[in-house]
Write a protein that binds this ligand. Structure first.
Ligand code: GDP
Ligand code: MG
Length: 365
C-alpha cells in the first residue's frame, strides 16, 4: 500500500463533522453502554484525531498546497531549479534551513536513484520524507513519562503569553478524561490574573488548584502542591510557572529552586518539563527554546497555536534543530484541542486534501 493510502486508511473519514466533533466522553459512554463496539470506538478515535489535525492545520495546508501546486505547474521536470524553488517554499514555511537541506538532498538522491523525471511523481515522496526526517533519531522519550504508580509531576515552562496556562487546562482535561486525578499548582505568581485563570481551568475540569497570593514564592507554592498531591494520592500534578526570560540568571535560579523543592518530595521528579512555544512566533520560538535549554532540562515541547499559523513547518525545525520532541500541539482554543503529536497525524493535517483524494484514485483504477 502506498504511503498516502496508509495515511488515508488511518485518518480519512466518511463520518459527518458532527460525528467527529463529539467529545471523547460521549463516545466512551456509548462504548460503555454497548452502543459502540471497541473497534468502532477506536476507529472514531483515529478519525477524530485526523479531523482535529486537519482543522488545526488548515491555514498551513492551504498555503502549502497552493505553493506546491504552483511549483509543480511551473516546473514539470525535476531539475536543480525545481529543487531550489522547493527549498524556498519550505524555508518560507518555517521548516528551518538545515532541515530543508536534509530533506531536499534526500529528494535529489531519491529522484536520481528511481529515475524520477516528472515533478508530480515526487509529491508523495516529499510527504514521506517529512515523516522520515521527523522520526529519525527517534528516542523513546517521545512518549510522556507518566508514572504507572504514584504521582507524576509535570512542570510547564515558557515565556508569557505562549499558552502555558491554557495548555495546562487542556492537559488536565485530557488526564481527567482518562480517569486520572489531577491537581494544578499556580506557580505563576507574577500576576494575580494568572492565578485566577488557572483556577477557572481547575473548576472547569474538576481539578483542585493549589495557590497562594500574587507575588508569593513560586517554589513555595509548588512545594506545597507536590506535598498535597502526594498526601492525597493524586495521579498527575501540573505546575504552572512564570517564564520571564528577560533575566536569564533569575530565571535559571527560579527554575532550579523549583526543581530542587520538587525533588525533595519526589526524588525523580519532575518527570516532565514541558516548554511551551507559540507556533505563530516562528523563528522566535526556536530562539526561546535555545535559551530555555540553557537554563533548565527540557524533556518535551508543547507547540501551541498551530492553528493560528500558515507556517506549520516549525514543528520539523524544532525537533530537528533542537533535538527536543514535540509532545503536544495546540490546534485550537477548545478544551480537547490539545493533541498528542505524531509525525503521521501532522502530515495528514498538512496534506489532508491530497490524502483524502488518494484512495479515490486507487479505487477508480
Ligand atoms: N488558537 C489558539 N489559541 C491558543 C492556543 N493555546 C493558547 N491559546 C491562547 O493564547 C493566549 C495566551 O494563553 P495563556 O495560556 O494565557 O498563556 P501563558 O501566559 O503562557 O499562560 C490565550 O488567549 C489562549 O486562549 C491554541 O492552541 N490555539
Ligand atoms: Mg499563564
Amino acid at each position: 500500500m502506498s504511503f498516502l493510502n496508509r495515511l488515508k486508511k488511518r485518518f480519512s473519514s466518511n463520518k459527518s463533522e458532527q460525528e467527529l466533533e463529539k467529545s471523547g466522553e460521549d463516545q466512551q459512554e456509548k462504548l460503555d453502554d454497548g452502543l459502540l463496539s471497541l473497534e468502532e470506538f477506536e476507529e472514531w478515535e483515529q478519525e477524530q484525531i485526523g479531523y482535529k489535525f486537519k482543522q488545526g492545520l488548515e491555514k498551513s495546508r492551504e498555503r502549502f498546497q497552493t505553493e506546491i501546486n504552483a511549483l509543480m505547474a511551473q516546473y514539470r521536470t525535476v531539475d536543480e531549479d525545481f529543487f531550489e524553488a522547493l527549498e524556498e517554499i519550505l524555508i518560507g514555511a518555517d521548516v528551518g534551513f538545515n532541515t530543508v537541506m536534509e530533506l531536499t538532498d534526500e529528494l535529489r538522491r531519491e529522484a536520481q536513484l528511481k529515475n524520477i523525471t516528472e515533478t508530480t511523481e515526487l509529491r508523495e515522496t516529499i510527504i514521506e520524507k517529512m515523516v522520515e526526517i521527523y522520526n529519525r533519531n527517534d528516542a523513546l522519550d517521545d512518549e510522556m513519562n507518566m508514572q504507572d504508580d504514584g504521582l507524576t509531576v509535570i512542570l510547564v515552562v515558557g515565556v508569557n503569553g505562549v499558552g502555558k496556562t491554557t495548555s495546562i487546562g487542556k492537559l488536565a482535561h485530557r488526564y481527567v478524561s482518562e480517569g486520572k486525578s489531577v491537581m494544578l499548582a499556580a506557580g505563576d505568581t507574577f500576576r494575580a490574573g494568572a492565578i485566577n485563570q488557572l483556577q477557572i481551568w481547575g473548576d472547569r475540569v474538576g481539578a483542585e488548584v493549589i495557590r497562594q497570593g500574587e507575588g508569593s514564592d513560586p517554589a513555595a507554592v509548588i512545594f506545597d502542591a507536590v506535598n498535597a498531591a502526594k498526601k492525597r494520592g493524586v495521579d498527575v500534578l501540573l505546575c504552572d510557572t512564570a517564564g520571564r526570560l528577560q533575566n536569564k540568571g533569575n530565571l535559571m535560579n527560579e527554575l532550579s529552586k523549583i526543581n530542587k523543592v520538587i525533588s525533595r518530595v519526589i526524588p525523580d521528579a519532575p518527570h516532565e518539563t514541558l516548554l511551551t512555544l507559540d507556533a505563530t512566533t516562528g523563528q522566535n520560538a526556536l530562539s526561546q527554546a535555545k535559551s530555555f535549554k540553557e537554563v533548565t532540562n527540557v524533556s518535551g515541547i508543547i507547540l501551541s497555536k498551530l492553528d493560528g499559523t500558515a507556517k506549520g513547518g516549525i514543528v520539523l525545525a524544532i525537533k530537528n534543530e533542537l533535538g527536543i520532541p514535540v509532545k503536544f500541539v495546540g490546534l485550537g482554543e477548545k478544551m480537547d484541542d490539545l493533541q498528542e503529536f505524531h509525525a503521521e497525524n501532522y502530515v495528514y493535517g498538512l496534506f489532508a486534501d491530497m490524502v483524502d483524494a488518494a484512495e479515490e484514485e486507487a479505487e477508480t483504477d
